[in-house]
Design a protein. Sequence first.
Length: 147
Amino acid sequence: MFRLLILTLTLSFVLAGCATLPYGNYIEHNIESHNKVMASDAAHQLMLLYPPASTQFNIAHRAEDSFGDALLQSLRMGGYAIHQDQKSNLNKPKDPSVTKGLMLGYIFDQTEDLYRLTVLVDEQVLTRAYSVGENTVNPAGYWVRKE
């Protein structure tokens, strides 16, 4: 009986870990000027793929970090309509205007010497690595697009 209880608890913790959403900024101490450069670069790439002024992005998660703020500001300045709800938009949208747009999320994380930015637009995934210098951040490669 005790083994069954331990197995059930372990399984529930594993499944709960799989159900958490990976979106957001996972870098604790990043420089705001670096965030602005990478956000502007991401917004420019999205402008090449999705026409501004006729595309609405529905933010898939709360963008409460400095990178998220910079990305949303760059997208708005580029002419995109942004729908950002206080709650997560991953459940079925209740507002009919939300169904018109594309779901947008991002994952911003870091390895030892590189930042990695992944932008998710509906089913498409865009990823780019950035090398970090003392006061600069530069692309470490091209944008990779997975459809």
